[in-house]
Design a binder for this molecule. Structure first.
Ligand SMILES: Cc1ncc(COP(=O)(O)O)c(C=O)c1O
Length: 474
């Protein structure tokens, strides 16, 4: 790349550093190695008066963050549900930055608007969602919940003759929120932001597989005196449990309740013929949230909200002002559907990843990561000194490392588990997460990166074996 202008020089350096970073994924430790003090000392340079040449800023930045970048792009990152970036998604994301469109209106970025229109329709088709459903490309599942639950709030109050956008929540009929108690914390934050308050939450009864039971939901909804929102989930973080949507959603609908599903990674089960059944009936719900930056392997930030009742969604989000010319009903203006006004044209990366992978590539990605999760769970859970707690039908698993001491207490088993997870992570060979599940500490295994190979799985199992054989002092 020519380097005759500051722009070209900086971008050329970025390409070089990016390629070196990706080439080094195999060798570098997966966990970050730089300490907080290291990073502060390196990055906290005096802010100059005269500025710094662009290429040098990039070179310095890369040098200063060394060891402070977690290897979540690595095929051996199994901690949280973090996908990598597919090649086309990463490249499209760079172009998004270079084009720097304000994707709030069709007129401020016509191609950005149409790309979202097209990718939104592809996604509804892939997930079997109703073709008339509206959608929003947001920052992550957190804001997707805010968007979808704002639409839900509008819809259930509108049905009671209350315009919440105009009149607010003070004095409105109190909305009941019935939810799966294993829900992700981002649901609670969305409810707080939207003014429901956590006291509005009523936990629904679960079965032994931690799925909401139809009898429990029916009993909870027997009282019909208040507007209600039911929050279910597709893909719980530890067991990847899916609520039985085909049984539950009709019960909620018959009671006039709105069903929202947190499907941050579980909605992607729909793209794999071998896993689709897990999310059976999910399409019957009223709103759905998921992430592009998890299973689709699109760079951050990429969340998605879908809403069956497009009128409720639009009413909750739309902004009309005289200085922003609308798309005139022909083009899709994102500000009618998104919580933000000015925003990144994040549809390009989603569009690129979907085109790159295609339907078969998506199905293979989901199937492959599930096989890898199972192989890791069985490979590590089967080692002497380990105990397999659960594998799932999707991409999550739990393993524990009980203390070998004959009369070890629960606290000692927990401490041993945390020590083994820390020691595996300290090898740099793989990165796993820790969690308290069912009152006990466990190691979480999550696989969602397109890069993970059988060799990565073998390398991670070997690291765990070495720790269990040679002790946790690494
Ligand atoms: C099940 C579930 N729901 C919601 C979220 C929140 O998603 P995000 O971090 O994209 O806002 C996550 C991820 O961390 C998740 O795993």
């Amino acid at each position: 790349m020519p380097t005759d202008t500051p722009e070209r020089a900086a971008l050329a350096r970025a390409v070089q550093h990016a390629n070196a970073f990706l080439d080094g994924l195999e060798q570098r430790p997966v966990a970050a190695t730089a300490t907080l003090d290291d990073l502060r000392a390196r990055l906290d340079r005096p802010l100059s008066h005269g500025g710094t040449p662009a290429a040098q800023v990039i070179d310095d930045l890369v040098a200063d963050v060394a060891g402070g970048i977690v290897g979540s792009q690595s095929g051996r990152f199994f901690s949280w549900v973090i996908g990598g970036g597919t090649p086309a998604a990463m490249a499209a994301d760079w172009l998004t930055t270079v084009w720097d469109q304000n994707a709030c209106l069709h007129i401020s970025g016509p191609a950005a608007a149409v790309v979202e229109e097209v990718a939104g329709a592809w996604l509804k088709d892939l997930f079997d969602l109703p073709p008339q459903a509206s959608f929003a490309f947001v920052t992550g599942c957190q804001m997707a919940h805010v968007t979808a639950l704002a639409a839900a709030r509008h819809g259930v109050l509108r049905d009671r003759g209350w315009d919440v956008e105009q009149r607010g929540l003070f004095g409105a009929p109190a909305i009941r929120v019935l939810a799966n108690p294993d829900r992700h914390g981002s649901v609670d934050v969305a409810l707080r932001i939207l003014g429901f308050g956590l006291d509005a939450l009523e936990p629904l009864p679960l079965d032994a597989q931690r799925r909401v039971t139809p009898e429990g939901l029916a009993a909870a909804l027997a009282r019909r005196d208040a507007p209600a929102i039911v929050i279910l989930q597709a893909g719980e973080l530890n067991l990847a449990a899916f609520d039985p949507f085909r049984a539950l959603v009709p019960i909620a609908r018959a009671a006039g309740a709105w069903t929202h599903v947190d499907a941050a990674f579980g909605l992607w089960a729909k793209v794999s013929p071998a896993h689709r059944q897990l999310a059976d009936g999910i399409e019957l719900a009223d709103s759905w949230t998921t992430d592009g930056h998890k299973y689709l392997n699109v760079p951050y930030d990429s969340g998605l909200a879908f809403v069956r009742d497009a009128d409720a969604h639009r009413a909750a989000m739309s902004l009309a002002t005289s200085y922003l010319p609308p798309g005139g009903g022909v083009a899709r203006d994102q500000l009618d559907w998104n919580p933000e006004l000015s925003r990144r044209a994040r549809g390009f990366a989603v569009y690129a990843a979907l085109r790159e992978l295609g339907r078969d590539g998506l199905a293979a990605l989901v199937a492959r990561t599930c096989e890898h999760a199972r192989a890791l769970a069985q490979g590590i859970g089967g080692l002497p000194g380990a105990e397999l707690i659960s594998t799932s039908s999707l991409n999550q698993a739990l393993v524990r490392f009980p203390s070998p001491a004959p009369d070890a207490t629960d606290a000692e088993h927990d401490a041993r588990t945390d020590a083994v997870v820390a020691a595996i992570n300290a090898t740099g060979e793989a990165l796993f997460g820790g969690v308290t599940w069912n009152g006990r500490r466990a190691m979480r295994i999550s696989v969602s990166n397109w890069r993970t190979t059988n060799a990565d799985v073998a390398r991670a199992i070997a690291a765990a074996r070495a720790v269990l054989e040679h002790g946790t002092e690494v």
